[in-house]
Design a protein around this ligand. Structure first.
Ligand code: SF4
Length: 163
């Protein structure tokens, strides 16, 4: 019997972080969609929803290169340095982003291993653009670890600011 094997689902957090880099570099949703071979609304809905995407969609998104014109604060991010990439590889991770936004299966609660949090805090403490990164994450609804803080910590900061 010839049955289609369902494609595995990729972690949406990883894809969303890459989309954040592209947007920060000044790309529009149309430009990203054009390079990924998708429509603007499809790309935007992937970014704004928490649902999983298939590996083929994730691959197309991740293949969109961050433009040279970026040269913003993200160029100086400690988490994009070679030593962090090597550390992540030593831990068996496919990409250093997975330290900051750990992979999770669809429907699985987002729980970050303590060892990851200890390490990412150290990395962020060394980072010269920590303030910009934290502000960026506070302004948006980013998942995972940004600017030296977890999602829960950032939510607490927002609540405090609104009191
Ligand atoms: S503060 Fe942390 S997450 Fe943000 S850019 Fe720096 S190292 Fe990366």
């Amino acid at each position: 019997m010839n049955r289609d094997i369902p494609e595995r689902l990729a972690d949406i957090g990883y894809v969303r972080r890459h989309l954040s880099y592209l947007r920060l570099a000044g790309m529009t949703w149309e430009e990203i969609g054009a390079q990924a071979g998708m429509g603007r609304s499809q790309v935007h809905s992937i970014y704004s929803s928490a649902s999983a995407v298939t590996y083929s969609v994730a691959r197309r998104m991740l293949a969109v290169k961050v433009p040279e014109r970026q040269s913003g604060w993200m160029d100086r991010a400690e988490c994009k340095t070679e030593w962090v990439a090597r550390t992540a590889a030593d831990m068996g991770l496919a990409h250093s982003n997975e330290l900051f936004i750990p992979r999770r299966e669809p429907g699985e609660p987002g729980r970050t291993p303590v060892a990851y949090t200890l390490l990412t805090r150290r990395i962020c403490n060394l980072c010269e653009v920590r303030e910009q990164c934290l502000q960026y994450a506070l302004d948006g609804e980013e998942r995972g670890f940004w600017g030296g803080h977890t999602e829960n910590e950032r939510n607490a900061m927002r609540r405090k600011d609104h009191r």
